[in-house]
Design a protein around this ligand. Structure first.
Ligand code: F6P
Length: 319
């Protein structure tokens, strides 16, 4: 293999730049040429492709977003779109591809793999919902951003003796809600993987108020319902007044944490090693701090599992 490509796709996540840097530098270290594909699969279809040098990835390790830009591309879900993409890869002489992204990006990488094109997936998403890795790139930064917001909201909640509902991202996964709820000492955490009992939630809130608690924080994962809908339910069932904060896309931006930069550097470099070893169709990950890789098609057929021990613990600690 002489020339590889790299792209970022789907929702951006902090640390994607560190992963791109690792791919480029590791490839050049091994005398490979690297081409950056801009704007994800849309850029692949349109041939928005440029050669990257060592200096192209200088001064980006600490920056959020992705220097290659990203997109959600409907056309690449079609056979015609995929054929156009493969044509462009051939046109540029690219023999292997590193795809950095989440679930949708992995589906694109799976399609390329099924067309026989060597592709390695690097899990980059704030949602932490890719199987075959303990952590995805961007999750650590996102949960730290959420914690910062929870701490601020707690100040005003205490001053006003209020209950706050904080809606967090995560698509269909509850990881962001669970980790931030546990780290932020939330009274209640709602995740899509587990049903909730309204009576239990109201009783807990009331017990807290009776103990003289000055605030209550409820974290709602977007995969359960919107924060506004949950506030309506609380009003209707228990006549409870609340305030709602939807954190939204601030969870996706910002400078990556050290943990995300290290993770991205390790996973990006490992992806290049796999391509050099002639191993396409893989997804890289980290398990118990060891680098691992799995068949990307198998990864996509597995359900993501949230840590239910942590969920039970959060309940025990918020009695
Ligand atoms: O997958 C990352 C994510 O931020 C999800 O948490 C969220 O559901 C989705 O992307 C939002 O997508 P968009 O930026 O396209 O609105």
């Amino acid at each position: 293999m002489k020339r590889i490509g790299v792209l970022t796709s789907g929702g951006d996540s902090p640390g994607m730049n560190a992963a791109i840097r690792a791919v480029v530098r590791k490839a050049i270290y091994h005398n490979l040429e690297v081409y950056g594909i801009f704007q994800g699969y849309a850029g692949l279809i349109n041939g928005n492709i440029q050669k990257l040098e060592l200096g192209s990835v200088g001064d980006i390790i600490h920056r959020g977003g992705t220097m290659l830009y990203t997109a959600r591309c409907e056309e690449f879900k079609t056979k015609e779109g995929q054929a156009k993409g493969i044509e462009q890869l051939k046109r540029f002489g690219i023999e292997g591809l590193v795809v950095i992204g989440g679930d949708g990006s992995y589906r694109g990488a799976k399609a390329l793999t099924e067309h026989g094109f060597p592709c390695v997936g690097v899990p980059g998403t704030i949602d932490n919902d890719i199987p075959g890795t303990d952590l995805t790139i961007g999750f650590d930064t996102a949960i730290n951003t959420v914690i910062d917001a929870i701490d601020r909201i707690r100040d005003t909640a205490t001053s006003h003796d209020r209950t706050f509902i904080i809606e967090v991202m995560g698509r269909d996964a509850g990881d962001i809600a669970l980790w931030t709820g546990l780290a932020g000492g939330a009274e209640t955490i709602l995740i899509p993987e587990e049903n909730y009992d309204m009576k239990e939630i109201v009783d807990r809130l009331k017990r807290g108020q009776e103990r003289g608690k000055k605030h209550s924080i409820i974290i709602v994962a977007e995969g359960v319902c919107s924060g506004v809908d949950f506030a309506k339910q609380l009003k209707e069932t228990a006549n409870l007044d609340t305030r709602v904060s939807v954190l939204g896309h601030i969870q996706r931006g910002g400078s990556p944490t050290a943990a995300d930069r290290v993770l991205a550097s390790r996973l990006g470099a490992r992806a290049v090693e796999l391509l050099l070893d002639g191993k396409g169709g893989r997804s890289v990950g980290i398990e118990s701090n060891e680098l691992v890789d799995y068949d990307i098609i198998e990864i996509l057929s597995k359900p993501h599992k949230v840590n239910l021990d942590m969920y039970r613990l959060s309940k025990e600690l918020s009695i």
